[in-house]
Design a protein around this ligand. Structure first.
Ligand code: 2AL
Length: 249
């Protein structure tokens, strides 16, 4: 099966990290098609950036659909544009935050999310509420690391993340850690080894859930609000985003 893994920010270096994490867990029959947003912010750390990045992310979903991808992964912890992407996709669309939280629930009764900036922490807290995960998410913790600092060896990101995770285990009563940024995917093994508890990278979790759903023959429901967008003209600079020719339900 072909799984499109989309980095909604425009940093190709982060896409390389995401693609490596996806390929490390993909089953032998799964092809990971990594895509980087062709425009928009270099990292996503707020609502405005999520909104702008969503347009470029949806363009990639359209390309992936046209190329016959069986599933799509949105590899940013804000899950930007997740429901919009589901509207235009036949197969499943997984957001890494939703996937990671569900994975955590299978292996622990409580988890903490360790993310980047405080403003991002607030967005993650909203996702926890949206996904009905308050029962299991004990706390969302910020590290005050900007997303692109994760790629800078001088930022000491690994040590800061491990320190935040240790505080989470000590103070939150959590049994597992969810890493709250796609750019942390390459740190998963090191953090897990340092902590001795399950550490979940949403990129890997989303790829495995995508494989499971496609393997079960399940795609996105086309009944109700996730039906294909209504056919109508779009104007101006966004005219190219008018829905593709209606596909069979
Ligand atoms: C993210 C992420 O995963 N990619 C990005 O650009 N921003 N999310 C985050 N929590 O910092």
């Amino acid at each position: 099966m072909r799984i499109q893994v989309i980095n909604p920010n425009s940093s190709a270096s982060m896409t390389a990290t995401i693609a490596a994490a996806a390929r490390a867990v993909a089953a032998p029959g799964s092809e990971i098609i990594a895509a980087t947003a062709r425009g928009g912010p270099v990292s996503i750390e707020g609502h405005y950036e999520e909104a702008v990045a969503t347009i470029a992310m949806l363009e990639e979903v359209r390309r992936g659909e046209a190329a016959g991808c069986d599933a799509h992964v949105i590899a940013c912890f804000g899950d930007p544009g997740l429901l919009a992407a589901r509207e235009i996709a036949r197969g499943p669309v997984l957001g890494i935050a939703e996937a990671a939280m569900h994975a955590a629930c299978f292996i622990a009764t409580g988890f903490s999310i360790v993310t980047t900036l405080t403003r991002t922490r607030i967005i993650a807290e909203q996702l926890v509420r949206n996904y009905g995960m308050e029962h299991a998410c004990r706390r969302v913790r910020a590290t005050d690391l900007a997303v692109l600092e994760l790629e800078d060896p001088a930022s000491d990101a690994r040590a800061k993340i491990i320190a935040a995770c240790e505080r989470a285990l000590d103070e939150d009563g959590s049994g597992a850690i969810v890493l709250g940024c796609a750019g942390m995917a390459d740190l998963t093994a090191a953090v897990a080894q340092a902590l001795g508890v399950p550490v979940i990278d949403g990129v890997a979790a989303a790829v495995k859930f995508a494989e499971a759903l496609v393997g079960l023959g399940l795609g996105t429901s086309k009944r109700g609000d996730l039906a294909y967008p209504l056919a109508k003209p779009y104007r101006g600079g966004l005219a190219h985003l008018a829905p593709l020719a209606a596909l069979p339900a």
